[in-house]
Design a binder for this molecule. Structure first.
Ligand SMILES: *Cc1c(COP(=O)(O)O)cnc(C)c1O
Length: 363
């Protein structure tokens, strides 16, 4: 069983015309348009990983008895390819995504894709579709590796066949200019993850179960939902798809500790490192919703923000719930929040030094 596969390349016979591509790339939005190709690798218990291909992006034919449609063995990743000032392109910490993808697979009892194959699938796909990386300010090529149980079988067991695919989707700046502050809704009826559950795995099921709470947030004129811990309904954990940070009046920073119920975000880890590099005291410790409200009202808490690959850093201006309503700072983006966002974005785009070697050059 080879650990590195050679990718067979089948070019799209009818790719999007260059003029049409240019028009699409001027205002790509997020997750709406896709490049001409996709990477595909198959797994079966007998053959191991095989049939690695870069092929035309096209609909899949799925048997209705395909295991994922019934028992939801599915995981994914999200990372971006950025244009560099010299016209090249780079990925930001892709080896961290490769490792997390394996850890997610293990939790969901799925086959673990070797990290080298994960990385080469992305490199090969971006090499083929390199003209799809937007040149616009704040643009990037969002990469979506994912894997699901493809065995045709209704018995309940870990599947013996999997399909791994990478899609590439040009994305504009999540927010043009500085990121506006969002209002969070504190979910009291729903939790995202419980001890022993799948909260630390990047699986579609976590998102499926969070959507009813997200709808409740929208119904209450909030932008995003923030979840509390399942055991005590007391400790702030994270948003539906972003980690959370608090900035105190003494300049120190708090973020909830990992421990099985929080997704180990790569943006989270990078911001902890960047803040510590800048001399900020960052503590990974539990912070309760009551404390958050009290500290916001007393002024002990100055800023709060959420973070993740898609939106990078999003300031939190206000928090509401059935019995709560409080404003953070003056309701607008905080100073440290803006600095961390600007510093991280500059590093991701190769506009600032990269002391931790986080950028992997593609070309
Ligand atoms: C992906 C994700 C994040 C952010 O992780 P990044 O690696 O920073 O993109 C945070 N929370 C959840 C639930 C996620 O799925």
């Amino acid at each position: 069983m080879a650990t590195i596969l050679d990718f067979e390349f089948e070019a799209h016979t009818n790719p999007i015309a260059a003029d049409d591509r240019t028009a699409l790339l001027a205002n790509p939005g997020f997750g709406k348009i896709f490049t001409d190709h996709m990477a595909v690798i198959r797994y079966s218990a007998e053959k191991g990983w095989h049939n690695a291909r870069i092929e035309p992006r096209a609909p899949l034919q799925i048997d209705p008895a395909c295991a994922v449609l019934h028992y939801a063995q599915e995981i994914f990743e999200g990372l971006k390819a950025y244009r560099l000032p010299d016209g090249g392109a780079a990925l930001f910490r892709p080896e961290a995504n490769a490792k997390r993808f394996r850890e997610s697979a293990r939790r969901m009892a799925m086959a673990e894709l070797p990290e080298e194959m994960f990385l080469s699938s992305i490199r090969e796909l971006v090499a083929v579709d390199r003209d799809w990386i937007p040149e616009i300010e704040g643009g990037s090529l969002y990469l979506r590796p994912f894997m699901f149980a493809s065995e045709v079988f209704l018995g309940v067991k870990p599947a013996s066949e999997y399909l791994y695919i990478v899609l590439a989707s040009p994305a504009g700046a999540y927010f043009k200019g500085g990121a506006p502050s969002v209002t969070l809704w504190v979910s009291e009826d729903y939790t995202r993850a419980a001890p022993g559950g799948t909260g630390a795995a990047k699986c579609g099921g976590n998102y499926a179960s969070s959507l009813v709470a997200q709808s409740e947030a929208i119904r209450n004129d909030c932008d995003q939902v923030v979840f509390l811990d399942a055991a005590e309904s007391k400790w702030v954990e994270e948003l539906g798809g972003m980690n959370i940070f608090f900035v105190m009046d003494d300049g120190s920073v708090i973020t909830p500790p990992l421990g099985g119920t929080i997704l180990p975000g790569i943006t989270r880890e990078s911001l902890i490192t960047l803040a510590r590099d800048a001399g900020v005291d960052v503590r990974e410790e539990r912070y309760s919703i009551d404390q958050w409200e009290a500290d916001s009202k007393s002024g002990k808490l100055r800023e709060a923000f959420a973070c993740g690959t898609a939106a990078v850093v999003t300031p939190i201006g206000r928090v509401r719930g059935r019995t709560r309503d409080f404003v953070i700072g003056n309701g607008g983006p905080g100073i440290l929040t803006e600095k961390l966002r600007t510093d991280l974005v500059a590093m991701q785009r190769g506009e600032a030094p990269d002391p931790h070697n986080w950028l992997q050059r593609l070309f």
